[in-house]
Design a protein around this ligand. Structure first.
Ligand SMILES: *Cc1c(COP(=O)(O)O)cnc(C)c1O
Length: 425
């Protein structure tokens, strides 16, 4: 398709967009009485207009029934997470038994590593990507230390080659091979938060399994953004948050995945809590933890219903839109934004050049573009903000923008280009 950096072209694209009506389902922040260009759905997704209604229903049930709401509410709180499972499983390519909504993301990463990082003999190492999201770095380090091991020797990072911004997949695969029977776990962000690089999770999983390691992914930037086939790829475990591409409220509940091949394993070590105990006998309150089958066995606590209600509101929208339509639009919308940025860059060469460090290949990225603004950086970002663009600044020198297919438009991309051009001048 030939793109044009004009309002007319952008509006034509919007007119032909099968998902265009979804924009109306979300609240957009305003700036000087105008809707902002909101390109930070990769950090905090916008609020669906239905969220308030669903949360109010639970508040109403609480007012009406008190504790009896656990059983009498229209959606009984006792099994509230079950209302989310099937919808969420579709988004991540999993079977319902493999998915549960519970806790927060970093908590879930820890709980899953307790089970899937079991250093023994010479098999003690974890492979991760360099410059992983800080919370993941801290979680990984503390897991290694928890087993009394040396972080420097046991936490192995794959970095971009000198002078490059992206990690070469071949380097990940060859490192896995090289570590061989010393490798206990591969734990990587499915989409890197800084560069927007999407890794081939199927290949990485296979390579990890070939040397006898477990393989898990942090999908904070992947869930609701790119197509996932966690079951088919044979991934051992994964976790993600719901507040980025999945629009489920600030700090909202997380989801976790445990492959069905582990569903009945009672031998896996885990930190247990009553909500992971067999629900038929949970209220007998007897000693002796009996884990539920599948992902539900990793729950600790009863559901934070208000947060889950927000998640439900968003999952209903995803179900209606469908990941296949979302993906189709994502590729075109992201390519259009890329085109607009490159067009602005070309016409302003003397003043400023941008380098998009996110992969060009649509199979290697999701909705995010990371822009290195040589020579301008933070000043450029601040100028964009003053014009009503909500993007995201990451030290040392990257502006991240994410045109989210559910609610962003081609016109947003065009307007971003206009603001970018003005910000340079
Ligand atoms: C956003 C994000 C987190 C945040 O973790 P919380 O526990 O939800 O605060 C962790 N890891 C990655 C890769 C992220 O992108």
């Amino acid at each position: 398709m030939t793109f044009e950096n004009t309002l007319d072209f952008a509006q034509k694209m919007d007119k032909n967009d099968p998902l265009r009506s979804f924009r109306e389902m979300f609240y957009f922040p305003t700036f000087m009485n105008k809707e902002v260009v909101y390109f930070t759905g990769n950090s905090l997704g916008l609020q669906p207009k239905t969220t308030e209604k669903i949360i109010k229903e639970e508040l109403g049930a609480w007012a009406k029934y008190g504790v009896e709401g656990h059983f009498l509410a229209q959606r009984p709180w006792f099994s509230y997470h079950e209302f989310l499972t099937e919808k969420l499983a579709k988004i991540v390519g999993a079977k319902p038994i493999e998915v549960v909504v519970t806790h927060s993301l970093t908590t879930n990463l820890h709980l899953l590593m307790v089970s899937f990082y079991q250093p023994k003999g010479k098999r003690t190492k974890i492979l991760c990507e360099a410059k992983a999201f800080p919370s993941d770095q801290y979680a990984l380090e503390s897991q290694v230390k928890f087993h009394g091991l040396d972080v420097n020797k046991n936490l192995i990072e794959v970095a971009p080659r000198p002078g490059e911004h992206l990690i070469r997949e071949e380097d990940v695969l060859s490192k896995i091979k090289e570590l061989g029977d010393e490798l206990a776990l591969v734990m990587i962000g499915g989409v890197n938060y800084y560069t927007g690089q999407l890794f081939d999770m199927e290949k990485i999983t296979k390579a990890g399994h070939d040397v006898g390691a477990n393989v898990g992914f942090d999908l904070a930037h992947a869930a609701g953004n790119v197509e996932l086939k966690l079951n088919e790829w044979g991934v051992d475990f994964a976790a993600w948050c719901s507040y980025k591409y999945m629009n489920s409220s600030p700090g909202g509940v997380s989801g976790l995945f445990v492959h069905e091949k582990h569903a009945e394993r009672k031998d896996l070590p885990r930190f247990a809590g009553w909500w992971g105990h067999d629900k038929e006998t949970r209220f007998l309150m007897e000693p002796g933890f009996q884990p539920m089958k599948g992902a539900e066995g990793w729950q600790l606590s009863n559901a934070p219903v208000l947060g889950m209600a927000a998640h439900l509101a968003s999952l209903e929208i995803f179900e209606e839109a469908g990941m296949d339509r979302i993906s189709e639009k994502r590729d075109v919308l992201t390519a259009y934004l890329e085109f607009v940025i490159e067009d602005v860059s070309k016409r302003n060469k003397e003043k400023c050049t941008f380098e998009i460090i996110t992969p060009k290949d649509k199979n290697k990225r999701g909705a995010q573009l990371s822009i290195l603004a040589h020579g301008q950086g933070k000043a450029l970002f601040d100028a964009l903000t003053k014009q009503g663009v909500i993007a995201d600044w990451r030290e040392p020198n990257v502006i991240r923008v994410a045109p989210v297919p559910l609610y962003n438009s081609f016109e947003d991309c065009y307007r971003f280009g206009q603001c970018l051009e003005k910000s340079i001048q």
